[in-house]
Design a protein around this ligand. Structure first.
Ligand code: HAS
Ligand code: CU
Length: 561
């Protein structure tokens, strides 16, 4: 397949699909803006500078912050990215646009329902509330509207995945002997583990949480809902990450001026994520009583194996960047770094996102170790970790990619590339302050998820190493992140309001140094990998779930309702 051989922008090639992707992106950006505003309120509240929302509403807006950012912003954006990847690489439109708009409608409707349930919690007169955080397991309980909305959102995302499969099936009938093009391969493997893992949370919501919140059953087994949540809760982080990885693999090398180092290695990476993303969820429960140490140990081993695909990614992506830099005339052991296109916000945003992810990988490894996890669990350290991962590796990559996608989807030029550059840099600097301080605060034992941390608050002249200093850094970082978000939204809005131009780069993605012809055929056997993925899930989860249900009953102490 000749990559990037198409002429014209994505809008020229697929006007209908471009409209759908614009809708998913704009939904995603709306969530980003509101979520980021909640983030600003959050840091100002935690360090006690201003409390715009009373403390009793803290968990409602923490929930709004998290749900809008880690579920709505990320997932709306990524369904757009995968739709782009599948249609571009198969060079065919989606099969049935009415079906496509149905899943979009389910996702949008579900978000609205969940959002209304959360916001209702701010007003005493409205009998709604969902102060349950994005980790919505029992015993915290939300209004049924919240769970029903989330269920619809998840079903919508499944239908999106099936949409990509339908395109591939149709393409395969016409091209029976071709290898699956890499971006499609990435979207399909991701869909498979997403469906496997989100079955866990779907069961928790449909069988337990919805009937419980409607009053049909009066108790649930809290540990069971928690375990089913984490069955999905680790895999979901790779659902956010895989589209960013796809962009690092297929976009970053091209923007760096070169080719992807190895297509086969990229396939191996996505297969590893497919088989290992789910049987690792219990690493969020190392401190839960009720799950035997032996099961936790198995999960720790799986998690350590799961570092491998990310380490392979670090190697492949940096090697591809180096190849690009050398094509552009870069020389020396490290001198090539200077030859990279640092003035291009698409490149710089993604490269800085990758750089921060390297640090995030280290904090993830610390989280993953059973014994050292006891030190950091439930502290601000974990919050620092996930602001580097989903909050930077993913979010900053998505924002940077937007500067490439928007012209493709609208036929308009980015309003200001230099402001775009400032925007990605501000994010990087803001996150450096905020997440570093959060990690350190966690080591000092400062807890997460609390409106009233009992430590000295904000201090204009903090002593180095004091809580005041850490809080100061969190506030500076959080404010820069908010400014960066506002700038991002402004650039998007001004770009959309601009007029169409002719001379835009053509749609396409990076070619490869070592292509699919070098990859063993077995890598494309999705049935085999899905089968292994399911077998590993059964191995990791059958006994712990049986023992949780055996001791606590399916519907909580006392057995069935
Ligand atoms: Fe995590 C908690 C372990 C990755 C998100 N994680 C969380 C939570 C979230 C989250 C949201 O084992 C909190 C959940 C909650 O609310 O309680 N995490 C890991 C491990 C990894 C990991 C082992 N996490 C992620 C990713 C996330 C994410 C990705 C979102 C997208 N995490 C944990 C554990 C906990 C946890 C425990 C529970 C903690 C507790 O006690 O509660 C690994 O996947 C990380 C592997 C990463 C690497 C880095 C590779 C480096 C690369 C960079 C290449 C460089 C480039 C740029 C491209 C090994 C790929 C070069 C630039 C140049 C200029 C040259
Ligand atoms: Cu995890």
């Amino acid at each position: 397949m000749s990559l990037g051989a198409n002429s014209g922008t994505y809008l020229d090639q697929f006007p209908d699909e471009a409209k759908l992707i614009r809708a998913t992106f704009y939904s995603s950006f709306a969530a980003l803006f509101v979520g980021a505003l909640m983030g600003l309120l959050q840091v100002l509240h935690r360090v006690d500078i201003v409390r715009l929302v009373p403390s009793e509403d803290y968990y409602s807006y923490l929930t709004l912050h998290a749900v809008l950012l880690v579920l709505t912003f990320t997932i709306f954006f990524l369904v757009g990215v995968f739709t782009w990847g599948v249609t571009t690489s198969l060079d065919r439109g989606l099969e049935d646009l009415r079906y496509t708009w149905t899943w979009y409608g389910l996702m949008a409707g579900g978000t609205l329902m969940a959002g209304i349930a959360i916001i209702g919690g701010f007003f005493d007169a409205i009998p709604l509330s969902a102060a349950v955080l994005y980790t919505f397991y029992a015993p915290l309980q939300a209004h049924p509207l919240f769970y029903i909305g989330l269920a619809l959102f998840i079903v919508g995302s499944w239908l999106a995945g099936i949409d990509w499969f339908r395109s591939w099936w149709a393409w395969k009938r016409e091209n029976p002997d071709e290898r699956i093009p890499l971006p499609t391969f990435m979207a399909l493997t991701t869909t498979l583990f997403w469906i496997i893992s989100s079955l866990g949370v779907a069961i928790s919501v449909v069988v337990f949480l919805i009937p419980w919140s409607l009053g049909f059953i009066d108790q649930v087994n809290a540990l069971l809902t928690r375990t089913l949540f984490w069955f999905f809760g680790h895999a979901v982080v790779y659902f956010w990450l895989m589209p960013a990885y796809m962009l690092w693999y297929v976009m970053l090398p091209k923007i760096s001026g070169g080719k992807l180092f190895s297509d086969p290695l990229a396939r191996v990476v996505f297969v590893l994520f497919l088989i290992l993303s789910t049987p690792t969820g219990i690493h969020h429960q190392y401190l839960d009583p009720g799950i035997a140490e032996g099961f936790k140990f198995i999960v720790m081993v799986n998690t350590m194996f799961l570092l491998l695909p990310s380490l392979l990614t670090a190697f492949t992506v940096v090697a591809s960047m180096e190849h690009g830099a050398r094509q552009r005339g870069g020389t020396g052991y490290f001198g090539w770094l200077r030859a990279l296109p640092w003035r291009n916000p698409v490149f710089t945003g993604m490269a800085l996102a990758g750089l921060m992810f390297a640090a995030a990988g280290f904090s993830g490894m610390i989280n993953a170790g059973m014994n050292i996890n006891y030190l950091v669990h439930n502290t601000w350290w974990v919050v620092g970790h996930f602001h580097l991962t989903v909050g930077t590796a993913v979010a900053l990559t998505f924002m940077a990619a937007t500067y490439w996608f928007l012209p493709q989807l609208t036929g308009k030029k980015i309003w200001s590339k230099s402001l775009g550059l400032a925007q990605v840099l501000l994010w990087f600097i803001g996150m450096t302050f905020m997440s570093n301080a959060m990690h350190r605060a966690g080591l000092a034992g400062i807890p997460r998820r609390t409106a009233e941390p009992q430590y000295s608050g904000f201090d204009f002249q903090p002593a180095a190493g004091s809580v005041g200093e850490l809080n100061m850094q969190v506030v500076i970082g959080g404010t820069l992140l908010f400014v960066s978000t506002v700038l991002f939204i402004a650039i998007v809005v001004m770009t959309i309001r601009g007029s169409k131009v002719d001379a835009l780069p053509a749609n396409g993605y990076a070619e490869t140094l070592s292509g699919p012809e070098d990859a063993p055929l077995v890598l494309d056997n999705l049935r085999l990998w899905a089968g292994i993925a399911i077998a590993l899930v059964v191995l990791a989860y059958a006994l712990p779930l049986a023992s949780i249900i055996g001791r606590g009953g399916l519907f909580g102490p006392g057995g069935s309702p």
